[in-house]
Design a protein around this ligand. Structure first.
Ligand SMILES: Cc1ncc(C[n+]2csc(CCOP(=O)(O)OP(=O)(O)O)c2C)c(N)n1
Ligand code: SF4
Length: 277
């Protein structure tokens, strides 16, 4: 049976199945980057599982070139689904690709514990600083004061800083990129895929329909790639860098640490996967 017969014809961003995203949405750059990163990391797509929750971002696994495996969890439940898959068969490459609301809001508690355990999941968060699918309510990363239909007087809460949080927890890989950086984004994904433990990649992604504040230009004017002199193993410097947000937004690998993955410490997995490889 050919790949096409087995997996369905051309389910990809430029194929017959049209993504249900607005023209100009930042998600298009992310699906292209994922496609490129899987190839550049030299992964066998039959051994890749893309996992998401619910949202616009969470539709991404539907549009990545086949063959690839995927699973849509409930809203906020990508991490537990991905954890189950990874622990059942740790030889699979399990990649979460979902939205900021999904991962930092309803799924925030799961994220904290996946980072703490250092499960070998790669987590790509499409951070458009808004709830896109449900038409523009504030998300945990919306800037304070942002006006939305629901937050008519402006967002009263301080935004969550996912990078600082992950570094403070001792995550093994913490990075940020932007959909306006067509090489930087897939390259950072490849770096995340090469990390044995948990990897968080926060991706700045404009929602052109519902986020009129953090536009493509707004990000482009602020994004600054980290220089060659930046040392990602310096945790305090990484934390300071993660706290920079405003006129400048640093992008790149902010923090990297050698920590054994959770699954490598489980004796029950030492003789091989629990489920068929
Ligand atoms: C348990 C539950 N709560 C709330 C919702 C409604 N809901 C669906 S998607 C979503 C937010 C999606 O926002 P985000 O994760 O930022 O993704 P985006 O659509 O912006 O890509 C919400 C609140 C739901 N489907 N299930
Ligand atoms: S509403 Fe926003 S996130 Fe959703 S498809 Fe449109 S631009 Fe993209």
């Amino acid at each position: 049976m050919s790949d096409t017969q087995m997996w369905g014809a051309g389910l990809r961003s430029d194929g017959p199945v049209k993504p249900a995203w607005c023209p100009g949405c930042g998600n298009y750059a992310i699906v292209k980057a994922v496609d490129r990163a899987l190839d550049e990391a030299g992964l066998d797509r039959r051994r890749v599982v893309l996992v998401s929750g619910i949202g616009q971002a969470a539709k991404l696994p539907h549009y990545v070139s086949r063959p690839v495996n995927f699973f849509n969890g409930l809203h906020g439940r990508a991490v537990p689904a991905a954890t189950g898959i990874k622990l059942a068969n740790h030889t699979l490459e399990v990649i979460i690709t979902s939205g900021d609301g999904d991962m930092y809001g309803e799924g925030g508690n799961h994220l904290l514990h996946a980072i703490r355990r250092n499960i070998g999941l790669k987590c790509f968060v499409h951070n458009n600083q808004i709830y896109g699918l449900t038409k523009g309510q504030a998300s945990p990363t919306s800037d304070a004061g942002t006006h939305t239909k629901l937050q008519a007087y402006g967002v009263a809460a301080q935004p969550l800083n996912p990078l600082a949080l992950a570094i403070a927890e001792g995550a093994s890989f913490v990075a940020r990129s932007f959909t306006g950086l067509p090489d930087h984004l897939p390259q950072t994904m490849v770096a995340a895929l090469q990390q044995p433990g948990f990897a968080l990649l926060d991706i700045l992604q404009p929602c052109i329909t519902f986020n009129k504040l953090n536009t493509f230009k707004w990000y482009q004017d602020r994004v600054r790639p980290l220089g060659d002199d930046y040392d990602p193993t310096d945790r305090l410097r990484a934390l300071e860098t993660a706290l920079v947000w405003g006129d400048e937004i640093p992008v790149g690998v902010l923090y990297r640490a050698d920590r054994p993955s959770y699954e490598s410490k489980l004796p029950v997995l030492a003789s091989g996967p629990l489920a068929a490889p």
